[in-house]
Write a protein that binds this ligand. Structure first.
Ligand code: GTP
Length: 238
């Protein structure tokens, strides 16, 4: 079985209690979970969002900052998260490489897919930073793109909820979890798994998207080992 995966973490999940910046205890927790994967010979690519620092859409809301500039600011935020995560992973003794979609060679390597693949083969964790390098694309789309490029067997969207619901579980008590859904279902308006671009890309390449609770210890390993009981999976149905 192909044990190469791409894990997408939301930037927001890294935030401190005030909802901003980087909480190093979260970094440490994520790093220990990733170490557990690497110790089990799983090759891990990571994409982290930037919402804990700046979001393109929100930064450009009042029209002072153009959307394209706001999105570049968001991409820079993902680089900050990536280098912070690199440190946390190295703290646990892992080998890590950060590759950025926007060249900033003093800080990290440029994204080169063949090089990323070699790093993964050598057991290094590769963190893909700066989104796709283009405005108007989300880090979910970047995660899907990178997952396909590196030949990952799945994209794991590690988030604050334990799966996909028919309505927002934070707002509705009767929200029902959907354990398995098709790409078409994931594109429906009430189901916010990822944005449409990411879903379409995943669908075209038949790569499964697993949505799970990142704060449930051992969850990532469990999922990669084929136990989907505590998450939702978006995949091609029949
Ligand atoms: P191998 O070819 O498998 O030995 O990979 P490697 O990544 O160890 O080799 P390389 O000599 O390319 O990199 C050595 C160190 O320099 C690693 O920590 C890389 O992350 C870092 N590095 C390589 N290229 C760049 C770059 O363009 N910018 C930055 N900032 N660091 C780089």
């Amino acid at each position: 079985m192909n044990k190469r995966v791409l894990v997408k973490f939301s930037g927001e999940a890294l935030a401190n209690k005030e909802g901003y910046g980087i909480d190093t205890s979260v970094l440490k927790y994520i790093a220990s979970e990733i170490k557990d994967l690497v110790d089990n010979n799983i090759e891990v690519g990571i994409v982290i969002g930037g919402g804990n620092i700046v979001r393109g859409v929100s930064a450009s809301k009042d029209g002072i900052i153009k959307r394209t500039t706001g999105d570049y600011m968001g991409m820079l935020a993902t680089v900050i998260n990536a280098v912070a995560m690199q440190e946390a992973l190295e703290y646990f003794g892992l080998k890590v490489r950060v590759q950025s979609a926007i060249k900033m060679q003093e800080i990290c390597e440029p994204f080169i897919v063949r090089r990323a693949q070699r790093h993964l083969e050598k057991g290094r964790v590769v963190i893909f930073a700066a989104g796709t390098g283009n405005p108007f694309f989300t880090t979910d789309t970047a995660a899907t793109l990178r997952a396909i490029e590196i030949g990952a067997s799945m994209i794991i969207k590690a988030t604050k909820v334990d799966g996909v619901y028919d309505k927002d579980p934070a707002k509705f008590k009767d929200a029902k979890k959907i354990p398995v859904l098709s790409y078409e279902m994931a594109l429906e308006d009430n189901i916010k798994v990822m944005d449409d671009t990411s879903i379409a890309l995943a669908k075209d390449n038949s790569i499964p998207i697993v949505v799970c609770d990142m704060f449930k210890k051992g969850n990532l390993k469990k999922i990669i080992n084929g136990d989907y009981s505590s998450c939702s999976v978006v995949k091609k149905l029949n």
